[in-house]
Design a protein around this ligand. Sequence first.
Ligand code: 4AD
Ligand code: MG
Length: 478
Amino acid sequence: MSQRVKIKQILLSDKANYEVTVKGWVRTFRNNQFIALNDGSTNSNLQVVVDFENTDPLLLKRITTGAAIGVTGEVIPSLGKGQKVEIKAKHMEIYGDSDPEAYPLQPKKHSLEFLREIAHLRFRTNTFGAVFRVRHALAFAVHKFFNDKGFVYLHTPIITASDAEGAGEMFRVTTLDMKKPPLTPEGEIDYKEDFFGRSTNLTVSGQLEGELGAMAFGEIYTFGPTFRAENSNTARHLAEFWMIEPEMAFYDLKDNMDLAEEFIQYVIRYVLENNREDLEFLAQRLAEEEKQKPQAERSELGLIEKLEFVLNNQFERISYTEAIEILKNSKPNKNKKFQYPVEDWGTDLQSEHERYLVEKHFKKPVILTDYPAAIKSFYMKQNEDGKTVRAMDILFPGIGEIVGGSQREENYDKLVGRMKELHIPVEELYWYLDTRRFGTCPHAGFGLGFERLVLFVTGMTNIRDVIPFPRTPKNAEF
Ligand code: 4AD
Ligand code: MG
């Protein structure tokens, strides 16, 4: 048998008249003659031409949609349209049969909702093949970007005793017997008896530990799974999602925004340059979906134009206070079209407000800064005005918030003061506060929700379709 070659490699070159072995899964088998074979290396199938008159009929019967096969044969120029080369089968082997009656993936268009129910098989479709190759490329680009800049990839813990965001949306981790937990004299569950000798949870963010790393390496990033038990059943929220969190010593808020913008543009450019075929497939898919919508709701730009637009235009930077003024005076606010009317300074922005700013008012990504302290986390640097903090959120069209970050409060007394106001346990976080006691310095960082980035880049509209196995309220299948 000749060496196994990936289909992508065969289709990339014009070379013909050489023998190869390919292995993959049958997408279709037409006229007992033409197999469309896919091995996951590319969205394109390789056409395998079978000499059915000289092939064992029992073998032919086993070539069905979904079956895993190997083919050895000669690569020859193709006469049919759609491909430059095809392969003339000389020897075929079936590794795994696939009963066409039972196999859920038929060679036809399936709805995304249906495919979500068979997420264990959906990688084998064109759409999810493209989405997850792009997801992979984005992840690789994330590491390349930070590595090339000299950032250290720091693995922060998954199991922790702290609530980094102070929002209380944590999944508890315990080995206690839930039916008969040990109790304290006061009748509370006694977590001293638990595995770690204390109460622990899955991390909501690696930031606090990331800050410790930044205070030694200067610049670090994390890229790992994070968990939030927020009961938001939306197309933008997952209970388990991946987050990238860079943290940089000697950066102020502006440096932080500059880095975030450069970073997002870098990873988008990377996939435009390296995943063109998949992006073009996804662009076409999106264009077809858009055609179903009424004219007024269709987006002005196609997927690729939208990605290029982000590369070629600076993000708009405005303060929360300016945003509130724009929103207050906006048409939908005056015409009472917002579900949550914008009246007072200090209220949190709802996604309808974020989308108005990005999609209608500025028509480009927007960085909002200097939010009211009351609606942001304890660790953010307090501004002189005594009301706002040096926070920044990046808002994207069709997505809403894609990045949340800030300059950090590096002053020990101010930080402890804020923690006390918010009833955050100062003693437990002694290790975090030590960075402010020993060689503190201005520093900043942000968190980018990886799935929201993948949503934007692939043009998919539901976050459940850009992570292999989504975890959402009442759903942990697979
Ligand atoms: O704004 P968040 O909560 O910020 C933090 O966790 C900071 N510790 C980050 C930092 O400064 N190092 O979350 C950051 C991003 C959001 O902007 C959003 O993109 C994403 O994480 N995100 C979610 N993505 C999917 N599902 C959820 N439930 C998400 N919650 C946040
Ligand atoms: Mg946020």
